[in-house]
Design a protein around this ligand. Sequence first.
Ligand SMILES: [Zn+2]
Length: 225
Amino acid sequence: MEKQATFSDLTVLWKRWSEYRVVEQTFNRRKFRYLVPVPGATEMTYNCAEHAEQMVADALELGRQLNMEGADQDCLCADFAARYGLLGPDVELGQAIGEGPDTPPPFRPVGTAEYGEDMELFQKEFKRLYQHLLHANGGEKAPAGELIGLLPYRLTAGRTPQLIWEIKSLESLLRLTYAALITAPNKTLKTCKNCGRVYYNSRAKSKFCSTRCRNVYNVRAFREK
Ligand SMILES: [Zn+2]
């Protein structure tokens, strides 16, 4: 798989748990829904930059599915979190950590078993990315503004200096990789001509997410002739 030169040396260690669920909790007399690890789930640390392009495609596909009627949104979000972890939106600027036993999940240290994220905000991130992609691909509805981020970087010394982004959260990695892919001259984020799924493929000719979809499409096209 072709890699973005900008991210070739990047390592972003991120925590994910084997299973997530949605819990309801009242905070300031308001009811919130949080995505949290299931008790007894296993913790894993991995380099989320390694397959960042695949993650972006999966995130866009999640955004697409969240927009579909009848989708089990909680389940879709829990699946994404089990694959990649939570987003960590407050990590870059420094998280506010609460002390008390009633501290809501977003104010617990990121990556721990007690940490969780607001479902509404979690879903918004994916829907927004997908809206941006749709519009970039000629869709009518404009996305809600630009995507912004705050990231430190360093430029290495030597004969072939490298620009390295100092990424600390999954959310930053997701946004920056998406930004790099959507602005690249060759389109690598594709929509399957058969099932509509968003997928990543660096080959210009690719039109289907899988061999199965290509076959199904071709058989149907043949029958319709
Ligand atoms: Zn497909």
